[in-house]
Structures are given as C-alpha cells and as structure tokens.
Ligand binder design. Structure first.
Ligand SMILES: *Cc1c(COP(=O)(O)O)cnc(C)c1O
Length: 407
C-alpha cells in the first residue's frame, strides 16, 4: 500500500485565480474558465506549506506523484483513483542526443503517457465535486487517460477525436470504457462539439485548461525535476507543446518551489517545441505577439502537438520569454529521423513528439541557442510503442539450410 495515499495530510488550497486578470474564484466548487474565458490557476497558502513540510521529510516519502500532496488540490485521498503514478526516470541519450542530454521518459506512466498526470488530478477533483459525466476533445492520449481514470470511479465519459488519430489511441479509449467518436475535423473542431454539449448541460467540459486541475497534475513534472536534480534545475527544457499544459504547469511549479525556499531564482530556458506543420506558438513568438492566431490546415505526424489554437497561448509565450528560451518548429522528416536515431543509437523508443524535442535540441545547438555543456532535459511524453514503426519483414525458413553468415 502506498503510504502517500493513506496518510491524512493537511491541504492548502486557498482559492482559484484567473490567469489573465487575477480575479479570485472560490475553490471547492466546480469551475471552468474564468469570466474572461481564460484558464484558472490553483493558489495555495505556501507559507503554511513551508511551515508544515520540509524538503528532507518529503524526500523520505515514496517517490510517486502523491508525495507532493501538500502542493496538490485533492483534499481527501478517498477521491483519488490511482493507477500507480510513478516518478518517471531521466534517461541519458549520449549518442543521439549528447553528453548532457537526459530524457524524462513519461511513457512509463499509466496509459503510457504524461496525460495520466493531469487526468488523475482532474478526475479526482471532478469526483470530489460531484461530476457524473465528462466530455473531452483529444488527439489520443488525453482521452485514454480520462477513460481509464473516470471509468475506474464510475464517471461516464464521451470522447471526440480527429478521425486520423492514431488507431491504438482510439481503441484504448474505447476499451477503457469511454464512448469515443471519430470526428472529421481537428481537435478544436472536436472542442466545439464538447463546448456546445456543455452549454446544453449534457456534460462537464474537460478540454485542456478549461478546468483548473490538469495543470496541477502536470505541474508535478517540474516538482520531480527539481527533486531529481538535487534542488537545482536543468539549464534547458525542451517541451513538445500542444495546449502547453505541462510547460505552464512546470513554470508554476518552479515559482511555488521558490516560494517554499526549496530552489533559488534560477530557471531553465524553456523551449516550446512544435511541428512545422502546426506551429502557432512559434509564429506568435517570432512576431512578438502575446497571443497566437489559429494555425490553418494543421498537419504533422506528431498528433499530440497538432493543436491549432491553445487557450493558454499567452501563458506559454510568457513562460518561454521570461525564461530566455525559444519557441522552435521542426519538420516531420527531422522528427522521424530523431525517433529513428534515439532507437537505433541509444535503444530508447521515443514517441514522435519526443522525437520533436530531440530534433529541436539538435537544431538549437547548431543555432547557438543552447550549449552542449548545458544540462538539458527533453520530454518524451508517451511510450513509443503506441505509434507506427517501420516494417521488419525478414523471415527465416527453418526447413531450409540457414546461411548463418548472412544473419
Ligand atoms: C498531449 C501531448 C503533448 C502536448 O502536451 P501539452 O501539455 O498539451 O502541450 C505532447 N506529446 C504527447 C505524446 C501528448 O500526448
């Protein structure tokens, strides 16, 4: 039994806050976006957390996501449906990456992607607040994580995905108990259906950043990194950016850790990585804009980052700029080449989005945006096993003489 889940620890949420205007909202009631249509952020009494918990005590706990309870929104552990949210390892990538490159391999989480971090939190809060039916637009992995956690606690789920979503994603969503619909459009078209149904009172809208708690789950990536790096942070983080939940969440985590006095003011350069076929954040970054226009005709092999319009665009752009990082786009050929290189040279199977971070890292080194001496973390957000691989057609007829030299 995981003692992080049975202990009766205090919680410290004070309120929710509009990420755009700072307006306060009550915690412990069901909330979507703020009045101005922007994400709500969860705020904690960090002074009280600081007084009740020290770093060393935390380090003695089991290493999973729930060791961070005091910095998470769930009040009652009975609301948590856990599938084993482990701390993910940092894997060196010496040949295809470089001597200071580590991959945070999120593919080892339940349902095979880091969407589990966000959804385990959001579902726990939905359960606590009495939600019985949830709908979500997804490019695959979020729907799978939602289906798994919601089904496990008896919440009904309806999931809408683009009709070219990776086949395995659609099937895992269905198999884990959701009603899944393939839609002839992109994720924001699916989002419009979810929004309409929510307006009609049919379900609760679980779109990225449209409820406050997925960020809190994704925030744990930043908390883990700080602990794994001995309460320092890496010099640069490469994050495959769709809705940007993880990048926004990590940025929030670093501020909270600094408020606790657990880390200093130094921050990694944050690199928001997108695909050239869908790069609204990169375009806005380069144009010096605070918000990103919708990207038309979005197309990339990296389905998880095919997000034409992000409701948290200004938060992504702000974090990237404040950190001294960059928003970078890489083409599909470079993405596939990077996946291939990591698998063949380092034995690590990345998802396409993870490949995008490796390709972007190499590009950033060439452009002088990051130095090979800097300690870098690349995010591999899902297991590579979910995605198509090149065929391996060689067969051996054991009834014929075998040419061992040719094997
Ligand atoms: C969802 C997803 C992303 C993008 O994550 P955001 O935090 O929404 O930007 C990247 N890679 C994979 C594999 C994903 O499933």
């Amino acid at each position: 039994m995981n003692t992080n889940l049975i202990t009766d620890r205090p919680t410290f949420v004070t309120h929710l806050e509009c990420s755009m205007t700072g307006e306060r909202y009550a915690a412990d009631t069901l909330q979507g976006l703020s009045r101005v249509g922007r994400p709500l952020l969860v705020r904690y009494d960090l002074a009280a957390v600081k007084a009740s918990l020290d770093r060393d005590a935390l380090m003695r706990r089991e290493t999973d996501l729930w060791r961070w309870r005091e910095l998470l929104p769930v009040r009652d552990t009975a609301d948590i449906v856990s599938l084993g949210e482990i701390e993910t390892p940092l894997i060196p990538l010496p040949r295809s990456g470089g001597r200071n490159v580590l991959v945070k391999d999120e593919g080892r989480l339940p349902t095979g992607s880091f969407k589990a971090r966000g959804l385990v939190m959001a579902v726990a809060m939905a359960k606590a607040l009495g939600v019985t039916r949830i709908a979500m637009p997804t490019n695959g992995n979020a729907g799978a994580a939602l289906a798994a956690y919601a089904t496990r606690c008896g919440i009904e789920t309806i999931v809408f995905c683009p009709d070219d979503t990776p086949e395995i994603n659609v099937r895992e969503i269905a198999m884990q108990g959701a009603r899944v619909w393939r839609v002839n459009g992109l994720i924001d078209d699916c989002g419009a259906i979810v929004a309409e149904g929510a307006k009609q009172g049919r379900w609760f809208d679980f779109s990225t950043l449209k409820e406050p708690y997925r960020i809190e789950g994704k925030k744990t990536m930043g908390l883990e990194l700080a602990a794994q790096f001995g309460w320092e942070l890496p010099d640069a983080i490469f994050y495959p950016t769709g809705g940007g939940t993880g990048l926004i969440g990590m940025w929030k985590a670093f501020d909270e850790l600094e408020a606790l006095g657990w880390i200093g003011p130094a921050r990694p350069k944050m690199f928001a990585v997108q695909a050239s076929g869908c790069a609204p954040i990169v375009r806005a970054f380069e144009a010096g804009e605070d918000h990103a226009e919708r990207w038309e005709d979005a197309s990339t092999v990296a389905a998880g980052i095919r997000v034409p319009k992000a409701v948290g665009d200004f938060l992504i752009l702000r974090a990237v700029r404040e950190s001294g990082g960059q928003a970078l786009a890489v083409g599909d050929p470079a993405i596939l080449k990077a996946v291939d290189a990591a698998a063949r040279a380092d034995g690590l199977l990345l998802c396409p989005e993870g490949g995008a971070t490796l390709a972007a890292y190499r590009q950033a080194v060439k452009m002088g945006q990051v130095d090979e001496d800097e300690r870098v973390v690349l995010f591999n957000c899902a297991t590579g096993l979910k995605y198509p691989m090149p065929a391996a057609p060689q067969a051996l007829d054991r009834t014929q003489p075998i040419d061992f030299d040719a094997l």
